[in-house]
Design a protein around this ligand. Sequence first.
Ligand code: NAP
Length: 250
Amino acid sequence: MRNLRIAVAGATGNIGALTVAALERAGHDVVRISRSLGVDLATGDGLAAALAGVDAVVDVTNIPAADRDEAVALFGAATRNLLAAEARARVRHHVLLSIIGVQRMELNAHYAGKREQERLVSEGSVPWTIVPAAQFHDFAAMITGWTEQDGVATLPPLLVQPVAPGDVADVLAEIAAGEPLGRYRDVAGPEPQDLVDMARRTNDARGRAVRLVPTWSSVFDTTAAGNALLPGPDARLAPTTFDAWLATQS
Ligand SMILES: NC(=O)c1ccc[n+]([C@@H]2O[C@H](COP(=O)([O-])OP(=O)(O)OC[C@H]3O[C@@H](n4cnc5c(N)ncnc54)[C@H](OP(=O)(O)O)[C@@H]3O)[C@@H](O)[C@H]2O)c1
């Protein structure tokens, strides 16, 4: 495979650092984009210089927002600035990491922001691939951290098919080096899990005592119930199990 110059927006993040590593292992020349590295998608500062000579961009940024309107505004502004700079730099492939089920989840703020990203990318002029991924193996721990107060955390009893961030990074690196594919297959882990059970097992592995309260009045409502977050029948299933990840958490 030809070596390419590939930019990773969100390069210092959880999935971004792993994507940089996967691209470098494959021999590509990687450009790192994040505010701490002097490039801000919200303002566009530093983007033109960062994208000079770049063949493909992988967007794995994350933008916290207080509500749906703010998520749409912030993800929208960052995505517009990035796509406009890519068009000027004649970038040939934009790869967006998204989430399985974003079209089905009405109320969640982050998902509204991801929907806006998907809309702008799919209606934009830069050839694209959108990769809908399942929740990562540390998702239950992340939600516990958001809601935990005085040793009690509220969690939605979601069905998910969690995937290892390293496996997602490998898929993103492979796709970024290829031709634009439009909407890619769902990318998930090998087995479905119940989020409350994942949280309990993660806390046990980490030696943390947290009382877990299942509820749909937390960060997800019942539009996320049933199979809403599970991968479709033609999903690409990554190999690393939740148990294998748990074994690294003690
Ligand atoms: N967690 C899950 O289960 C899951 C599942 C599927 C998909 N995803 C998606 O994965 C993506 C990445 O998540 P993550 O956990 O890896 O995020 P993260 O660890 O919070 O990293 C976010 C990255 O974005 C950069 N960033 C934020 N605002 C920026 C800006 N204005 N300009 C340039 N860079 C900016 C951050 O760097 P600076 O702070 O230095 O700017 C950082 O490198 C998200 O879009 C999420 O929707 C997550």
